[in-house]
Design a protein around this ligand. Structure first.
Ligand SMILES: Nc1nc2c(ncn2[C@@H]2O[C@H](COP(=O)(O)OP(=O)(O)OP(=O)(O)O)[C@@H](O)[C@H]2O)c(=O)[nH]1
Ligand SMILES: [Mg+2]
Length: 196
């Protein structure tokens, strides 16, 4: 995919402030710190468009990035950050619930999982959530620079087993925003999604 233009169109919490056009959306979901915002920057070949931080829980709003005036990449707020208060966790749940129930243009979701770790219960919930809402979902295994290529398959098996994924029903893309590997594969796949 050739990126001709990209900009942060809007940061929203409530459906009333989602973009008011009908352009398709592709969302990135995952635990706090898994690398969602970094991947936004990598795909868009921008260094600092999406805010990345050492501090987990950085992205609290739903951020709609408009690409080529044609579709949105939606950077969803991360979950699973232990230090959040109950109120903050509840507010995250509400924001997500509203997004899934109100977003008419969500075409596809990528669930980001750290390639090094077995997914957590919250990841399973996120995955099941997508299935419940009939949102097509594939997986992006982030921070692939942290393990050797030879370990990828082992990691994919752990992910598949945990989420009970059979055969090739779900794609898994290993990526590194640090080394910029696997990014082209993801963005080409997005282009394919948008054609369908
Ligand atoms: N080694 C390595 N580090 C990465 C990679 N991608 C992101 N990081 C680091 O992981 C940390 C979190 O990255 P973010 O992109 O902010 O993660 P996020 O999922 O947007 O986090 P929240 O906004 O809290 O939900 C930052 O310190 C990044 O530099 C990667 O591919 N490799
Ligand atoms: Mg973020």
């Amino acid at each position: 995919m050739i990126i001709k233009s990209s900009k942060l169109k809007i940061s929203a919490v409530n459906p009333s402030s989602y973009p008011d056009d009908d352009l398709p959306c592709i969302a990135f979901a995952g635990r706090s710190n898994v690398g969602k915002s970094s991947l936004v920057n990598s795909v868009l070949k921008r260094k600092t468009l999406a805010r990345v931080s050492q501090m987990p829980g950085k992205t609290r709003t739903i951020n709609f990035y408009l690409i080529n005036d044609n579709f949105y990449i939606v950077d969803l707020p991360g979950y699973g950050y232990a230090k959040l208060s109950k109120e903050e966790k509840d507010s995250w749940g509400k924001t997500m619930e509203l997004y899934f129930s109100e977003s008419k243009n969500l075409k596809h979701l990528f669930l980001l999982l750290d390639i090094r770790h077995e997914p957590k219960e919250t990841d399973r919930q996120m995955y099941e959530y997508c299935k419940y809402y009939n949102i097509p979902v594939d997986i992006i295994a982030t921070k692939s620079d942290k393990i050797s290529r030879g370990q990828y398959q082992k990691s994919f098996s752990v992910i598949k087993k945990f989420l009970n994924i059979k055969g090739d029903e779900v794609k898994i893309f290993p990526i590194s925003s640090l080394k910029k590997t696997g990014i082209e594969e993801v963005s080409d796949y997005m282009e394919e999604i948008l054609k369908n």
